[in-house]
Design a protein around this ligand. Sequence first.
Ligand code: NI
Length: 170
Amino acid sequence: MARFTVLTVPDPRLRIKAEPVLQVDDSVRQLMNDLMDTMYADDGAGLAAVQVGIPKRVIVMDLTDQYPSLRPLKIANPEITWRSEETEIELEGCLSVPEQSARIERHAAIKVRYLDENNKLHEINAEGILARCFQHEIDHLDGKVYIDYVSPLKRQILIQKAQKVVRMRK
Ligand code: NI
């Protein structure tokens, strides 16, 4: 087991656009496992490699609370191939913006193509929290954080509050 330290806003490394992996090999599988350990240690539901300073298109998600039949997902090179016109606004949080949340508009349903931990290609339909989580994590791979969708003033407040939380933890 290995754990990373999760970067928090406004760390510039969260703004790097991640590169695809060539294939899911042992080193990528190791990265996926370490991301899982980090995510569980920090009590998160999703984590992108970018958030630990590794600019590769790799994410992990665990939504078994909401979808008991859905095993934890280890994902490489995710790509949204379709987005619904319908959108939904829900509260969203992020380990890189500790203990904060904001209401964010996302596509209500999407189609996502990705490689799993065995380098097998999948294309799945996602809606609700699963669709939201995919959109949030894929944003990380493009150097985006959910606070980019709120007003500049609100963004500044969220960053300051998150920084305060980080300071208190030290
Ligand atoms: Ni996040």
